[in-house]
Design a binder for this molecule. Structure first.
Ligand code: ZN
Ligand code: ZN
Length: 339
């Protein structure tokens, strides 16, 4: 089968590789659709602390069971999608209910969706392989991973008292936050970014959008929130140099949540004055738990996400390079790659 194999930073090609076979507890799926994601682009450019080269790219997918290993009772042809990881259930983090921080979750990921088939490890089969409900398109079900990450971040966000929220960035994650924040009880949602066409899609969620190239973000935020400011600011851009400016935009007593990952060596400057005298909290959120994954699939089934604005183009897998170029230019949101 053909698979998009990344050999090292910047080096990837569609290559013929042996089709996987399921070991005990494992499942092999036929991939129907796999979505592009900024994580694949970053991984290809600079590597990823959790996913060393060489590897097959792609991790947002839906498809059908092709074959199941010993101990797995799933019919062939069943429509499925899956989390990227399955927690061990035994480490300190898992026992404390923080399965997203499981010490070994990333030792056996389900990764490699830009291919005709992929092998789902036993741990993911146990806790994260889910049947796609009737009536939910596979293209929508493929969003389970990014939506679960946002669900997890929202559960970590202090939203009591309906604070106004600023989301920084204009990609698919910012759009997902804009769609879900009202369901978690946020007040006014303001999304700030640089890409006009993407901001127009985000505006359809009801959020106020601000193009930071054309206008002053502090002034636009003050206007949109009637001077209250943002009790929660979420960064989805991962641009470390912009973090000090985002700290300045958090209302007194509020929180900055760093959603986007940054390179391991990144350090950020924080205002000690704001942290102490104004009790601004800076925190992060990473990945998700099995419960977030199930919640994500139910939100997608209920139509809570604007799938047509999240997946904006379809291409055969052979056009992966064009799809990655679209992604890096911010042209459209996600592309569905069809093997
Ligand atoms: Zn992703
Ligand atoms: Zn664990």
């Amino acid at each position: 089968m053909l698979a998009l194999l990344a050999e090292g930073p910047g080096v990837a090609a569609l290559e013929e590789v042996p089709a996987p076979r399921p070991g005990p507890g494992e499942v092999v799926v036929r991939v129907d659709v796999a979505l592009t994601c900024g994580t694949d682009l970053k991984l290809l450019r600079r590597g990823h602390p959790k996913f060393p080269f060489p590897l097959v790219l792609g991790h947002e997918w839906a498809g059908r069971v092709e074959s199941a290993g010993d101990g797995v009772d799933l019919p062939s042809g069943l429509r499925v999608t899956a989390a990227v990881t399955g927690p061990c259930g035994e480490c300190a983090a898992c026992r404390a209910g923080r399965q997203h921080l499981c010490e070994s979750a990333f030792d056996h990921p389900s990764w490699g969706a830009f291919a005709g088939r992929m092998r789902i490890p036993a741990r993911v089969v146990r806790s994260g392989l889910l049947p796609v409900p009737d009536g939910l398109a596979l293209e929508a079900a493929a969003l389970i991973d990014p939506v679960a990450s946002v669900v997890h971040a929202l559960d970590r966000s202090p939203l009591e008292g309906r604070p106004d929220v600023l989301v920084h960035g204009s990609g698919p994650i910012a759009l997902t936050f804009a769609a879900l924040l009202p369901l978690w009880g946020a007040g006014r949602v303001v999304v700030a970014g640089r890409r006009t066409a993407r901001l127009e899609r985000i505006r359809r969620t009801g959020a106020t959008v601000v193009n930071v190239v054309a206008s002053s973000l502090p002034a636009a935020l003050a206007e949109a929130t009637a001077g209250r400011g943002a009790g929660l600011v979420v960064d989805t851009s991962g641009e470390a140099s912009l973090v000090p400016g985002l700290v300045d935009l958090v209302a007194s007593g509020g929180t900055l949540l760093l959603f986007a990952g940054m390179p391991r060596e990144t350090r950020i400057d924080l205002s000690a004055y704001r942290l102490h005298y104004e009790e601004v909290t800076v925190t992060g959120s990473f990945h998700y738990r099995p419960a977030d994954v199930r919640k994500s699939l139910s939100l997608l089934s209920e139509g809570a996400l604007p799938v047509e604005d999240l997946v904006t183009r379809r291409r055969p897998l052979s056009e992966w390079a064009e799809a990655f170029a679209d992604l890096s230019r911010g042209d459209g949101m996600k592309t569905a790659l069809l093997p």
